[in-house]
Design a protein around this ligand. Structure first.
Ligand code: NAD
Ligand code: MG
Length: 387
């Protein structure tokens, strides 16, 4: 039977890769709805190609612009506006699969809506697990949803785990590329530019996650993500820098076996895996050429130069609202760095200040978490202004 797919964040890097995989299998999948935030021209082109029933944009101005473009390109597509509409296209009875590929905490409510509605969720939006891991996992269970990680590391772990709570698992080994500044001395990190930070050696990604990869906050967010997805403590997770990004992560077993998942660094592999699970489909990804690999190397992550990794582990141990606070601070500092308002090393410094000066409360509900998120953003912006 044809599966109907909603792609939240269709115009982003993951969204575009998702549509690329879907375009290869239109006999099996149909696009039900797409959302985009800024790049309306691309969203219009995507609607022309996939003819979704709905397209969601952030405001009325964007809706007018998109409708004008769609009058010619895809007149049957209805344009919806706002955050609630994102949740509606995620939870609609007509949808089978939801790709959660909005960046940041903005993706939380629609992802939760998909979970409550029992959808098969392909989770790229790691921030929603960082902000509300407990609530999201609970919603998945209560709603009867299936949560499949698209983040390449977590997808690898998912593939390497024989069963969810296998007592024979000793640890999970999260691999990190180390980012563009892996070998840069601490003194030089102070002066790096947004352009340098976004030039990732192996992966082509959105700007926010590119900066997160450069600060290693991405690995920190992934550590929290792994704790929720696989019911682990930070101490169950080893982080290993593996600059070639060929091994996407590993699972260590009690008998000494280590199972790794490998592949070219191309997000279409985990996306295709999620779409077809428990089967597999062609992702359009080039086969891994072992003869072209100079070698696979491993090194330790340097938390002295990249303190964000340590901060994330600390926030997870603090628990409650702490990861939401750290995530919110980081969204603000990354945006400020990209805008040229603060330096690269101000990101971990301000993140840490916000984390340590904010209250930590037990999690009650989404509104409380989003209030903590807002308060942390305010505090971060004050500190950014002081730079
Ligand atoms: P991106 O910046 O390329 O795309 C983000 C998408 O979200 C766009 O469609 C944008 O229009 C939409 N968006 C942005 N702000 C929004 C808002 N406030 N409300 C609604 N929509 C909004 O980002 P990306 O690289 O595709 O990453 C998306 C998510 O996937 C992130 O959470 C990221 O951490 C995760 N992820 C990405 C990769 C990758 O290779 N790009 C890998 C693993 C995980
Ligand atoms: Mg990842």
């Amino acid at each position: 039977m044809v599966q109907r797919v909603t792609v939240l964040g269709a115009t982003g890097s993951i969204g575009q890769s998702t549509l690329d995989v879907l375009s290869r299998h239109l006999d099996q999948y149909e696009v039900f709805a797409l959302s985009g935030h800024r790049n309306l021209r691309l969203l219009a082109e995507q609607c022309a190609q996939f003819r979704p029933e709905f397209a969601v944009v952030p405001d009325d101005l964007a809706a007018v612009e998109l409708m004008a473009a769609l009058a010619l390109l895809s007149p049957a597509t209805q344009v919806l506006v706002g955050e609630d509409a994102l949740s509606r296209i995620a939870a609609s009875r007509e949808v089978d699969i939801v790709m959660a590929a909005i960046v940041g905490a903005a993706g939380l409510r629609p992802t939760l809506a998909a979970a409550n509605a029992g959808k098969k969720i392909l989770l790229a939006n790691k921030e929603s697990l960082v902000v509300a891991g407990h609530l999201l996992m609970q919603a998945v269970e209560q709603g009867g949803a299936t949560l499949l990680p698209v983040d390449s590391e977590h997808n690898a772990i998912f593939q390497c785990l024989s069963s969810p709570s296998d007592p024979a698992v000793v640890s999970v080994v999260l691999t990190a590329s180390g980012g563009p500044f892996r070998t840069l001395p601490a003194a030089d990190l102070v002066n790096v530019t947004p352009e340098q930070a976004c030039a990732h050696p192996n992966w082509s990604m959105g700007q926010k996650i590119s900066v997160d990869s450069a600060t290693l906050m991405n690995k920190g967010l992934e550590l929290i993500e792994a704790c929720w997805l696989f019911d682990l403590q930070p101490s169950d997770i080893e982080v290993v820098v593996h600059p070639q990004s060929v091994i996407h992560s590993m699972v260590r077993y009690v008998d000494g076996s280590v199972i790794a998942q490998m592949g070219a660094p191309d997000m279409r592999t985990p996306i295709a895996y999620g779409l077809a699970w428990p089967e597999r489909i062609d992702a359009g990804v080039a086969p891994l050429d072992f003869h072209a690999l100079a070698g696979l190397t491993f090194e330790q992550a340097d938390i002295a130069r990249f303190p964000c990794l340590r901060l994330a582990a600390e926030a997870m141990v603090m628990g409650g609202t702490a990861p939401a606070v750290l995530n919110a601070a980081n969204e603000e500092t990354v945006a400020a760095f990209l805008a040229g308002d603060i330096g690269f090393m101000d990101i971990p410094r301000i993140n840490e200040q916000v984390l340590t000066s904010s209250p930590v409360d037990p999690v009650v509900d989404v509104d409380q978490l989003l209030a903590a998120d807002q308060a942390a953003r305010l505090r971060a912006r004050q500190l950014i202004e002081g730079v």
